[in-house]
Ligand binder design. Structure first.
Ligand code: GN1
Ligand code: MG
Length: 370
């Protein structure tokens, strides 16, 4: 995405950033929005901000997102203040003179938040302490929002983690085959069919009233955690675009899918892909230590299944994007979505085979027998 400096200057001005922009650096880890670190001159030195241009193909109602974010961050900031916690443990968005936390125009839909000093994001880590700390951060986020009134939230992407709806939609697109790509992915389609009964088990439990909906983050990749550069501890959770009612197993599961994979999410060499049980355990320890007091038994018992489910869902989502012409996720090269699909499929299969072992780890940490 090539965005002119004038656009950044325009956005900065609307948010009351008056100092001259020193430099702009694009962050490339997100698959949806455009994200930039912007340094600007300020009294006595400089200030850093994160500028984000929202992807309005993915987020059809960007103002709804910003309304959700305002509600959530205000709620958490109040709690932080009442309890004397670190003020950097919540994102702080700038407001315009009109009091809005976004600006929009022919230059796109933008928001700006304060750069958290001394912080860093990571895409992968082999350090179990870091992974445990990320688990705590996402668990803590869940706990912070446990008394948040979900009726204040818009459904920013309907059926976001409705795995069954995603699979049904995928098979409709297979029938349409609008890009004539179905022929090359017959093996993957066959696997999606085979794994579907387990992939939709959480749906069935929700339908049967066996699992409660809570306010969840829904995009718990480890690169959505800010770490303190000095201590290595997680400071806060970012990317609040998909905070919506969901299952705790989704948050746990998506984090495992990403952080406990032996490889990157888009590793082409499938021999490198698989679940690292050490990383899995470290994340589970951190997460469960923060949430276990507020969860019902079924929620704890479905955490491991959540990891399989989210990985399976990403197989379906990446392949769906591939066969419909790569419109949703940013891609770095032709066929990127297919490479992602194959990587996630290898991981889902590994989890399928390790499910008993994964459940035993949860049982050991939580003390629940299952
Ligand atoms: C997207 O924007 P990013 O990279 O945090 C996607 C997630 C996927 C993820 C896969 C709104 O997240 O659901 O799990 O890519 N976000 C949206 O890497 O669809
Ligand atoms: Mg995101």
């Amino acid at each position: 995405m090539d965005i002119s400096r004038e656009i950044f200057e325009k956005v900065a001005k609307k948010f009351g950033i008056c100092g001259k922009i020193i430099d702009i650096n694009a962050l490339t880890s997100g698959n949806i929005n455009g994200t930039f670190v912007v340094r600007a001159e300020a009294e006595g030195g400089e200030e850093k901000y994160i500028f984000q241009r929202l992807n309005t193909f993915v987020f059809k109602q960007p103002k709804h997102i910003m309304s959700n974010i305002a509600a959530i961050t205000t709620f958490i900031a109040d709690k932080i203040e009442r309890n004397g916690l670190d003020k950097d443990s919540v994102m702080r968005f700038l407001r315009t003179d009109e009091g809005e936390n976004f600006v929009e125009g022919d230059f796109g839909f933008w928001r700006v938040y304060e750069y958290v000093p001394n912080s860093i994001t990571i895409n992968q880590s082999d350090d179990p302490e870091k992974i445990r700390s990320a688990g705590k951060a996402f668990g803590n986020f869940q706990t912070m929002l446990s008394d948040f009134d979900a009726s204040q939230l818009y459904d920013t992407i309907p059926n976001f983690h409705n795995t069954r709806a995603r699979v049904e939609n995928f098979f409709r697109n297979v029938e349409l085959d609008e890009c004539s790509r179905v022929k090359e992915v017959e093996y993957e389609i066959e696997q999606i069919k085979k794994l579907m009964p387990l992939g939709v088990k959480l749906n069935e439990m929700v339908d049967a009233g066996e699992l409660p909906l809570r306010v969840t983050h829904n995009d718990t990749k480890i690169n959505n955690v800010l770490f303190d550069i000095d201590t290595g501890e997680a400071k806060t959770v970012i990317d609040l675009d998909t905070v919506m009612p969901g299952l705790v197993a989704h948050d746990f599961g998506d984090a495992i899918r990403f952080a406990a994979n032996k490889s990157a999410e888009d590793e082409p060499d499938l021999s490198k892909v698989g679940l690292d049980m050490g990383k899995y355990k470290a994340f589970a320890e951190g997460f469960i230590s923060e949430v276990s007091h507020s969860l019902i038994e079924n929620e704890i018992k479905t955490l491991a299944l959540g990891a399989f489910t989210m990985t399976y869902e990403l197989v379906v989502r990446f392949l769906d994007d591939y066969i419909t012409g790569d419109k949703y996720f940013k891609t770095l090269y032709p066929g990127h979505n297919l490479v992602r699909t194959r990587c996630q499929l290898a991981l889902a299969m590994d989890m399928y085979n390790k499910l008993d072992e994964m459940n035993e780890v949860i049982s050991g940490i939580s003390g629940l027998k299952f």
